[in-house]
Design a protein around this ligand. Structure first.
Ligand code: PAF
Length: 274
């Protein structure tokens, strides 16, 4: 696996490489990331991963400084997954001058995750557009675990007419249902035992909607109350349309239920497509 930190070196290394498939990450890789790398192989000739903890998408009180940085272990995993090229820029490589031009996603950037993480999707969209311009892939993969991120990036790519196919990878779960996430490492043993309740709670909404329940607000309130009664602090549980994450229209049957809730100091996200 080639590793490049400079934009110029990466561009030179990617000349005449055929169809490039790109998996951007912030590192601290787990089986969810590796499953994206494995899927990537089926979409083209050259698999490129990036590893960059992007300051722009963290709020002032978030975990940018403490975000787990595990470069050597990540490289081993990427090599084992047969990734061809890793782009691992420093902040100076990617932001040699303060980034003054940004991508402004539409109103959805202020809802769901955006309500609790102001500026997050602006930071994500900006770095991903910049990475797309550097790597120039034909295909890019993102996990469905960050469902709103996937939707924002898919819509950005379409509306800006970028010649890139966006592919969503299924969420990878531990045996007890907990969605794999780099932030699961923050959980204490007791919290880790409690954490699968989030997936179980979403599953109960999935079952209720599949059985014909239409009062989504009631389901959302009950789910948040179930979690909070067990010591969680729920930011939202929401049934939305898959395409734009707006409130479901009566004729729309492609729904997704999303939630974010805090267990101790760890904020967990999950979702299930209905
Ligand atoms: O999902 C992530 O790891 C990040 O948000 C991404 C897409 C790599 C942008 O920094």
């Amino acid at each position: 696996m080639q590793i490049h930190s400079s934009i110029a070196d990466l561009r030179a290394a990617l000349k005449n490489r055929g169809r490039i498939v790109f998996v951007p990450t912030m590192g601290n890789l787990h089986a969810g990331h590796i499953s994206l790398m494995t899927q990537a192989r089926g979409h083209g000739n050259t698999v490129v991963a990036s590893l960059f903890v992007n300051r722009l998408q963290f709020g002032p009180n978030e975990d940018f400084d403490s975000y787990p940085r595990t470069f050597d272990a990540d490289c081993e995993k990427l090599r084992a997954a047969s990734v061809d090229v890793l782009f691992a820029p420093t902040e100076r490589d990617l932001y040699p001058e303060p980034q003054q031009y940004h991508v402004a996603p539409p109103e959805i950037q202020n809802q769901l995750e955006g309500e609790f993480r102001p500026g997050h999707f602006r930071g994500v969209a900006t770095v991903v557009l910049k990475l797309f311009n550097i790597v120039q892939p034909q295909v890019a993969l993102f996990g469905k675990k960050d469902y709103q991120q996937l939707m924002v990036l898919r819509n950005m790519t379409r509306q800006l007419a970028l010649p890139i196919d966006i592919v969503g990878g299924e969420t990878v779960r531990a045996a007890d249902g907990l969605a794999l996430s780099s932030r699961n490492g923050y959980l204490s043993a007791t919290e880790r035992a409690e954490a699968p309740r989030l997936y179980r709670t979403l599953n109960s909404i999935y079952e209720a909607v599949r059985s014909g329940e239409q009062d989504f607000a009631k389901l959302e309130r009950a789910a948040a109350a179930t979690l909070d009664a067990q010591g969680w602090k729920t930011d939202y549980v929401a049934v939305r349309q898959q395409s734009d994450l707006q409130a479901p229209q009566p004729e729309n049957h492609s729904l997704v239920v999303l939630a974010a809730s805090r267990l101790g100091t760890t904020r967990l996200l999950d979702n299930i497509e209905i």
